[in-house]
Design a protein around this ligand. Sequence first.
Ligand SMILES: Cc1cc2nc3c(=O)[nH]c(=O)nc-3n(C[C@H](O)[C@H](O)[C@H](O)COP(=O)(O)OP(=O)(O)OC[C@H]3O[C@@H](n4cnc5c(N)ncnc54)[C@H](O)[C@@H]3O)c2cc1C
Length: 481
Amino acid sequence: MEPSQTVEDESQPSIATVTRRIQRLSLHLIPLPPLQCSPHLDMLTCAKANKQEVDVASLSSYMRGKHREIQERIFDFFNSRPDLQTPTEISMKEHRELCLRQLLGLVREGKIKPFRYVVEDPAKYFAISEAVGSIDISLGIKFGVQYSLWGGSVLNLGTKKHRDKYFDGIDNLDYLGCFAMTELHHGSNVQGLQTVATFDPITDEFIIDTPNDGAIKWWIGNAAVHGKFATVFARLVLPTHDSKGVSDMGVHAFIVPIRDLKTHQPLPGIEINDCGHKIGLNGVDNGALRFRSVRIPRDNLLNRFGDVTRDGKYTSSLPTINKRFAATLGELVGGRVGLAHSSVGILKIAVTIAVRYSLLRQQFGPPKQPEVSILDYQSQQHKLMPMLASTYAFHFATQYLVEKYSEMKKTHDEQLVGDVHALSAGLKSYVTSFTAKSLSTCREACGGHGYAAVNRFGTLRNDHDIFQTFEGDNTVLLQQV
Ligand SMILES: Cc1cc2nc3c(=O)[nH]c(=O)nc-3n(C[C@H](O)[C@H](O)[C@H](O)COP(=O)(O)OP(=O)(O)OC[C@H]3O[C@@H](n4cnc5c(N)ncnc54)[C@H](O)[C@@H]3O)c2cc1C
């Protein structure tokens, strides 16, 4: 090698690379011609802008429509009852009792009776649920377990005899109840449930059994402390097989009393345990249920999609286990619609806190001049403004979903059932994932003060997190979409 020759050091960038980088950087330094935009589009800084006049009443009426009034009644009720407000520090036991008192207060003293709207006017039901959840998300979930899950399963999977017998007790909260679907070993895979309901033609009863530890009903809201009844999902087994040799007719729903109405003690054969302290939602008493040969009358089968005759024959208008299973789960889609709706409600709270605070909070500024509102920083706008726009978009999207759902409940149109299933699964997963991420962004956007428990981001974030999992895990729901 000639001494004049140089060897390229591969660890160093080449001249060409360096030149290209400098050229790129220099582009940032060359002043661009001023933007030609209409004076109306000039950005006003928040600190200097005159206060914008917004007709709050009209905007609120436009957004909340005819359900504004009932939401205001709920807020007024809780504002008038400081004893029913959730403090920042509270033990799990106290929180559960407070949550029950909040629910009883709302229904019995506030005279808000939401149960009939579950079927008659779902938009009104979801508006009530959003307002209730904004008081305390635990209360919103306990409310949903009672009316949408336990109550909704009786109305949607049962028939007239069930409505006649249970409606008033569910409505006035004498019959607090649970929705017992998930088992220790099966959550998303509902068809894998193992709890068994065997028909006994001699006594005209079903015998409910937990065949192994994996089949213990787990995470059941209202079960650990307050519930008197549960809608239990179990495989319906006939003592004799049908003409095709089948005795397992698939997963069905049964009303099972779990505690004595007077003494509140667990009934014979029912073992109840507590799922304990959770990351959030500690106002809800989630529990575990095990059944040891628990006998219930044949009438307790929620028999809208399948029934058993007195002599033990299975009847259904739907020909296959898969069709019956789809019809059963299809009726439960309301819980998912409600969850998407409530998630937007929580997003509204978080965005409102973060945007208001960002307008008022000032940091840095030109020398000898007032400091600048942090909402004037582009980075803060990038965090919050698309989120604010998305909140409005999700508000209207979930309103549309509720409209379609209400129409579906009236018409039972098959095409609409399919649309609502896909739309609710997609929106529930998209909105709840968005809200979960946004809650952290909002906390950050409020700096250290966002971390004070009193400013709510901690409870909002912890209570909302599980919205991504229950009523259908988001990943699994997106696969269904
Ligand atoms: C606070 C709380 C309250 C609840 N309340 C009730 C209640 O009142 N009644 C009730 O019946 N249940 C209730 N649940 C249970 C809840 O519905 C289940 O947790 C939920 O359905 C998910 O089931 P899993 O926990 O078994 O998760 P799994 O199904 O085990 O999922 C675990 C992970 O595996 C992934 N996964 C699963 N299947 C697939 C797949 N096919 N492809 C790719 N990934 C997959 C999921 O995305 C997830 O990340 C509650 C749960 C909690 C935590």
